[in-house]
Design a protein around this ligand. Structure first.
Ligand code: S3P
Length: 181
């Protein structure tokens, strides 16, 4: 049983971190925070614009600062961006501040889910399959390194995945007593 103040979802683009996270939060009576949406809210700029103006390095810096601030909170389900785990300090913070759920998805379903996406900067490439496979190869060990639980979300509906997670969490995760976080 891990005692941690938040639930944190990590995994590749299209694995369902936001949709499943929102549903799980509602089911457990926790607040839901999507890191990308929160970054856009706080900066007043879209993710594509941040990439355009500051490059991926600038985005990563903002992402790291945002996650550090979110990790100071409690009783939240936090959906992170697919590349959040690249930074070693962030990985440590996520593992300390939360019970980390790694959502996995196979490449064909990932491509299918992202087929209509025209905004994610890293998908603005001729060969999406190749790009996603390369990102997956680099990041899968990093997700695994901090994961307390893994779920293959590919063949599940959002509701079924949230139900399954809630069930699995029952004897794996505990929130610290109020005031003790
Ligand atoms: C990224 C994933 C995106 C977003 C940004 C970079 C990545 O989030 O943070 O476009 O590096 O994989 P999602 O995983 O929610 O799509």
């Amino acid at each position: 049983m891990k005692v941690a103040p938040n639930l944190i979802l990590v995994g590749p683009m299209g694995s369902g971190k936001s949709s499943i996270g929102r549903r799980l939060a509602r089911r457990l009576g926790l607040a839901f925070v999507d890191a990308d949406t929160e970054l856009e809210r706080r900066t007043g700029a879209t993710i594509p614009l941040i990439f355009e103006l500051e490059g991926e390095a600038g985005f990563r810096q903002r992402e790291r600062a945002l996650l550090a601030s979110l990790c100071a909170g409690r009783d939240q389900v936090i959906a992170t961006g697919g590349g959040a785990v690249l930074d070693p300090d962030t990985r440590r913070q996520l593992a300390d501040a939360g019970f980390v759920i790694h959502l996995k998805i196979d490449i064909d379903r990932q491509l299918q889910r992202l087929a209509r996406d025209r905004v994610r900067p890293l998908l603005q490439t001729a060969d999406r399959r190749e790009k996603l496979l390369a990102l997956g190869a680099q990041r899968a060990p990093l997700y695994a390194q901090i994961a307390d639980l893994e779920l293959d979300s590919g063949r599940m509906s959002v509701g079924a995945a949230a139900d399954r997670l809630a069930e699995l969490l029952q004897d794996r995760w505990q929130s610290p007593a109020a005031g003790a976080a």
